[in-house]
Design a protein around this ligand. Sequence first.
Ligand code: PEP
Ligand code: MG
Length: 577
Amino acid sequence: MHKIEGISASEGIAIAKAYKIVEPDLSFKDHPASDKDKEIGRLHEALTASIEELTTIKANIVDNLGEKEGLVFQSHIQMLSDPEFISSIEQLILDKNFCAEKALDVTSNNFIHLFKSNVTNVWMKAQIRERTSDVIDIKRRVLGHLLNIKLPDLSLVDKPVIVVAKDITPSDIAQLNGKYVKGIVAEFGAQTSHSSIMARTLKLPMILRAKDAIKEIRNDDELIVDGLSGTIVINPTRLQVIDYHQRIKAFNVEMKKLQGFKEKLTTTEDNRHVSVEANIGNDNDLKSVTDSSAEGIGLYRTEFLFLGQNHIPSEQEQFESYRKAVFHMKGRPIVFRTLDIGNDKQINGLKLTNEPNPALGIRGLRLSLGSEELFRTQLRALIRASSYGEISIIFPMVSTIDEYRRARSIYDEERAAMKKDGQNMGTVNLGVMIEVPSAALLADEFAKEVDVVSVGTNDLVQYLMAADRMDGKVAGLYQQLNPAVIRTLKYIVDSFHTEGKSVSICGELASMRIAIPLLIGLGVDSFSMNSESILKVRKLISKIDSKYAKKIVDQIVRNAATSDDVVKQLNNFLDKI
Ligand code: PEP
Ligand code: MG
């Protein structure tokens, strides 16, 4: 038995065997083929084994995710059976005396080179990128078989596991099979990263910054992942397992008790109504919105429809997803955010150029304004969905008023053109996310121009504090409760209230226990969060006197100098309720 401490990124407790996803070393020793027939035989064995493996993976993916998602594996199978590809490898073995590994390596590189030299336009570029990564993928698989090294592959998992990785990306999570993956441990990552946000939505216990997890944990070790405390127990004793089963029971009882807060409006102790809403990423999350009795969808992160797919969803596909959400909400508010790609979120077919500072580069609305067709397609899909119920659309990563005006005029153009074509459409409120300091300082100006606003504290904090939200090394400076953040929030809320407009917060701060009295005291009107937190937050709000919270917050704004000062005052407040 041995323990590792990390930080909890998603609550809950899981017990299962470890499944490590670590990229194995596939380097090989280059040696001349002493027996060419034998080398060709090895090649064919590896090709056959790879095709069999891909057939299983494809079947699992189709079962779990759908026919469309399996297509990429079908194309890998086809490539591995391609006579031109196979004969090129064989030829190198026969003519140049290469070993099978080298012949495969050289042939794959030649294919990639050939693809690239045929690029004549931008559209082809995107296709070539996909085909290139397909070739790299199949080479990796066949090499694995030639070298007798097993590649990690989550889609081959057929029993409950806890995934152990160095790092975990949003695309990794998008492809996880929830039936078997019970928890996640990673050596890197941060609580406000999109991977963490997704794990919370999926109710998957997750621990990050688990030092040396890859070294300390072996495949098939039994693990307890305690997402409440951030502890990982490796090969626990029998008594520990019994103890943790008790804790799982207690956790479930606690969750059950919260059900009493379902179907209730959220009101403070002194009867001020605030709205508690859900953040979602795609239509699979709609069930959790109803289960948690969210009062609306405060943030629909539309980019998650694009993640984990091998193509960019068409206008029709997007429209169907958006309409589904509008139907599901039956008149309750729903706020769609346009694509926020870039930084830690990449989508296939739209690979961004490498930037020295991706968080400060082309992401969010910057990308949409630079890829107008993509933006217009999404806006048309959303406008069509509005004919089934009122919606709001907000733009992410807005720095200037000009950007908002440009986005709005593109929206106006699309709407006018659709109207001319006789397209049905309903009310759409337009607005921004405030998550860049320049937009925060211009809150008074934005308040005059937009219909709706949502404050993205995850990014706002990283840009205000100049501390990357994903970089563990500066986690100490990523202070969500720094007085600088609080003063900025106050300015935003006051500016919008002056214009008679309400303010929503959709960053992770909105579900943090310690931040709830603060946000109530600041006068925030709507809290949007992962569905899992909704009932807990509703319960906490019901115990808060908003006038008293305002008094404390006024003191904090006037006197607090450090994050610790704020934490102390808020903890004092919470201790008394
Ligand atoms: C935010 O920045 O707070 C936010 C809600 O957006 P995201 O986490 O998707 O960047
Ligand atoms: Mg953001």
